[in-house]
Design a protein around this ligand. Structure first.
Ligand code: NAP
Length: 484
């Protein structure tokens, strides 16, 4: 059994949007898996709420089906589903109408912590906060969980922060970025700050550059209308990739705690230099095989939204001055692959003869697939015949190294929901962090819009537009291959 099974106290969790896709795929199965892992007490209660007119039994049937489809491999015994359904309740509620809130309030217990998950579209977030507060559904100890996207730009993020803060204290607000719940992302902190080996080398003196890649094979089919207003910059860079960059670049926090970690991440975002237009490459996928091009999936046949972005990011502080961070993300790429690669500088001098091409060490932290870490090192090629050198990976795939523990590892949502219940905000974004990220991203988007910039086309199943390769080539570097 994994180590994250410390039981939590009794709680009431309300899922506004309990009948929606996120609830069905992630939240409900996640809670079920935590119950099976022995973490949820049988005094916990999960209350779905949405406009759909159904009773408790109807919602329990909905939950049963969601578990059948999405719970995956669990540590559950035969009666577990029935036990979980006993914790489930439902209230029909339209966010804008008062009666549902009054009924919901009556269902909640006065003596347990209440958490409310806003699993609805972002246009409802402000109204939900107001209604919760106005009807006394929440109190000073309650927690709210807010899904992404958190704003569309700095202005809307500030408005949303103001709406939430008018009703709740910052300590009560849990802004989700599910990347922070990923095992390997947290491992990044464990590797950096739990070992003496890496941290002394983790700076511009020893690191040539850092590459962060989040490559997806999926297209935007099915979410074209949403994606077209967002694009890779808003959908991936402003939140997920920014978080990866912060955790890679931040100074050691004084302790592993919500404000200590988030203070350090914020300093990184504030130290980001403005990005020049020639240091960003935007792309849009063209047709390939039986997959249509981006424009077919978009509602706008002339859309200039990017489905790929690559950028050179510079951090203006003592640790990183002169060491660029290259980031890239895109849809319809060759393989699904997310990783952070720390590319160390070449050894300063070679004592070996011959034509061996000296290469620096590379530490790769793989988020998916095959979560794990690899360190590329140089060794002697085995056998006689002189001192010939070769490179080998020191590979630690978590599934191999940790065995059973990985099979039942909580997924990102599972972990984050339990953190809400425990009241731990370390893996959630603070309001100032989100605003700082938009403050850096907005001018880049504004510059494209003023220049009426058209994204470069790239082949489906490739590795992005040609000019993204040039971003590194012209500096004598190359992207790591996109492969599984
Ligand atoms: P969805 O499938 O459209 O579900 C929306 C839910 O909100 C439904 O339960 C709907 O039920 C309820 N709802 C809508 N209007 C309401 C109202 N006026 N009053 C009460 N309930 C209302 O959306 P989703 O995909 O679950 O996404 C929810 C949130 O999670 C969004 O912010 C999204 O960006 C975010 N998110 C989703 C995913 C995912 O995998 N789906 C991933 C990351 C983030 P009724 O129609 O019955 O009211």
């Amino acid at each position: 059994m994994v180590a994250t099974t410390i039981p939590v106290d009794a709680f009431d969790l309300v899922i506004i949007g309990g009948t929606g896709d996120l609830s069905r795929r992630k939240i409900l199965p996640g809670l079920f898996r935590r119950m099976c892992a022995g973490q949820m007490p049988d005094t916990a209660r999960v209350i779905g709420a949405s406009r759909s007119d159904m009773d408790k039994a109807g919602f329990q049937a909905f939950v049963r089906k969601a578990l059948e489809e999405f719970a995956g491999e669990t540590q559950c015994d035969d009666g577990a589903v029935d036990r979980f359904l006993e914790l489930i309740d439902y209230e029909t509620l339209d966010v804008f109408a008062d009666d549902g809130w009054k009924r919901l309030k009556k269902k909640l217990r006065p003596d347990v912590i209440r958490s409310v998950y806003f699993s609805v579209g972002p246009s409802l977030f402000g109204e939900i906060a107001r209604k919760l507060s106005a009807h006394g559904v929440t109190d000073d100890h309650s927690r709210i969980v807010v899904e992404k996207p958190f704003g569309h730009d700095l202005e809307t993020a500030k408005e949303l922060n103001a709406e939430l803060r008018a009703c709740f204290k910052e300590e009560q607000i849990y802004r989700i970025d599910h990347y922070l719940g990923k095992e390997t992302v947290q491992n990044l902190m464990a590797v950096r700050f739990g070992n003496a080996l890496f941290e002394p080398l983790w700076n511009a003196q020893h690191v040539d550059h850092v590459q962060i890649t989040v490559a997806e094979t999926v297209s935007v089919d099915g979410r074209g209308a949403y994606y077209d207003k967002s694009g890779a910059m808003r959908d991936m860079v402003q939140n997920h990739i920014m978080q990866l960059l912060c955790l890679t670049a931040m100074e050691p926090p004084s302790k592993y705690g919500a404000d200590a970690v988030r203070d350090e991440k914020l300093k990184v975002i504030r130290a980001l230099e403005p990005v020049a237009m020639d240091e960003v490459v935007r792309g849009q996928y063209s047709a390939g095989g039986d997959i249509a091009d981006y424009l077919t999936h978009s509602e706008n046949p002339k859309s200039k939204t990017e489905s790929f972005i690559a950028m050179k990011v510079k951090i203006a502080n003592w640790r990183w001055a002169g060491t660029p961070f290259y980031i890239r993300t895109g849809k319809r790429l060759r393989k699904r692959m997310s990783e952070i690669a720390i590319v160390f500088k070449d050894p300063p001098h070679s004592i070996f003869d011959g034509d061996f091409n000296r290469k620096g060490n590379v530490l790769v932290i793989r988020l998916q697939p095959d979560e794990g870490m690899t360190l590329r090192v140089t060794i002697k090629e085995p056998g006689p015949g002189g001192m010939r050198l070769t490179e080998v990976p020191l590979d630690m795939t978590f599934a191999e190294a940790l065995g059973d523990q990985v099979a039942f590892m909580p997924d990102a949502y599972e972990r984050l929901i339990m953190d809400v219940i425990r009241g731990d905000q370390t893996l959630f974004m603070r309001g100032d962090e989100v605003e700082a990220a938009w403050n850096w991203v907005d001018p880049i988007i504004d510059a494209w819009q003023s220049a009426n910039d058209t994204p470069s086309e790239y082949d489906a199943n490739g590795s992005g537009p040609e000019d993204s390769l040039m971003l590194l080539h012209r500096e004598g570097r190359r992207w790591r291959e996109i492969k599984s």
